[in-house]
Design a protein around this ligand. Structure first.
Ligand code: PGU
Length: 408
């Protein structure tokens, strides 16, 4: 029999969110009379919006008609690539710099194929766990420095990864002087889980640091449509010189409710070159056309509807709704005098419980309030005394969860 891949065996026992789902199921089995409310995984709950949904329905009908049937869509419909450039990037990218995908997570998982195992991954600590786990799968994370295993192991560092602490003390923006040469810098803004959004000045400093260290940034903008403060940048490409050092991933999941429909995109500027001068854009096209066969045509028709004027108006309503949930959760935590961050330009609230372990707090909320959250340490060592609340939920459930929270 073939042996198990060293990279797979180096992963922590279980991926964060299925582990939390398992703990929820265990609790539900032991407490069948309790109504559990999930503010854990960031999974959308509200139905698709009518105009966007109509786009999906029309897309399905096109596939059922000989005159409009289409098969493999290669790197994406050119109309959709053009519409993304227009709506999100002020038309500054050509269609062939935007690659349509089946979601941001999938592209994050594939992008490291471009850089191999010798690149140095750099992550914000805390951040979305796929950056670390993806690096482990590509063999770039080095040795696991860990004294334990299992779902509640809070010691999950890897020797080959540079962790940049993002804490209240530094306003959740890292010390960029820690970035080593030839790094692959994963940067998420609005950040999952802290909800912090980097300012334009901070992104300019990040781009300068990437250039100084000959590094490439993978910028994850999955929550950009939650930014309400007009002074905050929604894309790394608001810094124009980022075209020579950054790739951006984004998704229709969180703003159009496409978590189950599946559609995202990745921008790889033509100006972005490896140290040897080769084109990263050409290689990404080669990789995608080899191991990915294009996103669903139906989903792409839905996305085109989501990007026209009626679709954009709907999306604002949907993101406003989830931000309304976030405001309720923040308010309940403030009543309890729990210090919390985020939730204003992001659907996540990062609540601080100084001196406590995050799994402890997670268990307490589950057992006493029957509310599922996400323990902060699942996002990195600096998340240890924090809990993440997700604002994705039906309004009635969020109100009930807030009532339970404030009730002594
Ligand atoms: N990027 C970030 C920063 C995310 O938080 C998520 C989802 C994604 C990408 C995934 O985008 P897709 O386009 O849908 O692939 N984060 C959620 C869901 C958990 C998960 O494993 O993806 C969360 O709760 O953090």
């Amino acid at each position: 029999m073939p042996v198990r891949s060293k990279n797979v065996s180096a992963l922590k026992a279980g991926y964060l969110f299925p582990e939390i789902a398992r703990l929820r199921r265990e609790f539900a089995a032991k407490n069948p009379d309790k109504k559990i409310i999930s503010l854990g995984v960031g999974n959308t709950t509200e139905p698709l919006l009518p105009h966007t949904c109509e786009g999906l329905v029309e897309g399905a009908k096109k596939l059922g008609d000989a005159k409009t049937y289409s098969g493999y869509a290669d790197e994406g419909f050119s109309e959709l690539r053009g519409a993304i450039s227009r709506v999100f990037y002020n038309d500054t990218f050509a269609a062939d710099e935007i690659f349509i995908s089946d979601g941001a997570k999938c592209d994050i998982g594939r992008l490291q194929l471009l850089f191999g195992s010798s690149v140095k991954p750099v992550v914000q600590d805390p951040s979305y766990p796929v950056y670390v786990d993806g690096s482990v799968l590509h063999g770039a994370a080095g040795r696991r420095i860990s004294s334990c295993d299992g779902p509640d192991c809070d010691d999950t560092r890897y020797g080959g990864i540079e962790y940049l602490p993002c804490t209240p003390e530094n306003n959740f923006f890292p010390d960029l002087s820690q970035i080593p040469y030839n790094s692959l810098i994963y940067f998420c803004s609005p950040n999952n889980p802290t909800g912090a959004v980097a300012s334009k000045g901070q992104l300019a400093a990040l781009v300068a640091a990437a250039k100084r260290t000959n590094s490439i940034i993978i910028f994850d903008a999955a929550y950009s449509e939650y930014i309400r403060d007009p002074s905050l940048p929604k894309t790394i490409f608001e810094i124009s010189s980022a075209k020579t050092c950054a790739i951006e991933v984004n998704s229709f999941s969180k703003h159009a409710g496409f978590t189950g429909v599946r559609l995202g995109w990745t921008v790889v500027p033509k100006e972005l070159l490896y140290s040897g001068g080769e084109s990263v854009n050409a290689d990404w096209s080669r990789v995608q056309s080899t191991i990915f066969n294009g996103a669903s045509n139906i989903a792409q028709w839905g996305a085109l509807a989501a990007l026209d004027d009626a679709g954009r108006t709907e999306i604002k309503t949907l993101t406003d709704f989830y931000l309304g949930n976030a405001a309720l959760i923040r308010k309940a935590l403030q009543v309890l005098h729990i210090t919390c961050y985020g939730g204003e330009n992001s659907p996540y609230i990062w609540a601080h419980f100084p001196g406590r372990g995050s799994w402890d707090v997670f268990n307490e909320f589950l057992e006493k309030k029957h509310i599922v959250t996400t323990p902060g340490v699942g996002f990195g060592p600096e998340g240890e005394s924090f809990i993440r609340f997700s604002a994705f939920g039906h309004r009635d459930d969020v109100i009930e969860a807030c009532n339970r929270l404030v009730k002594v």
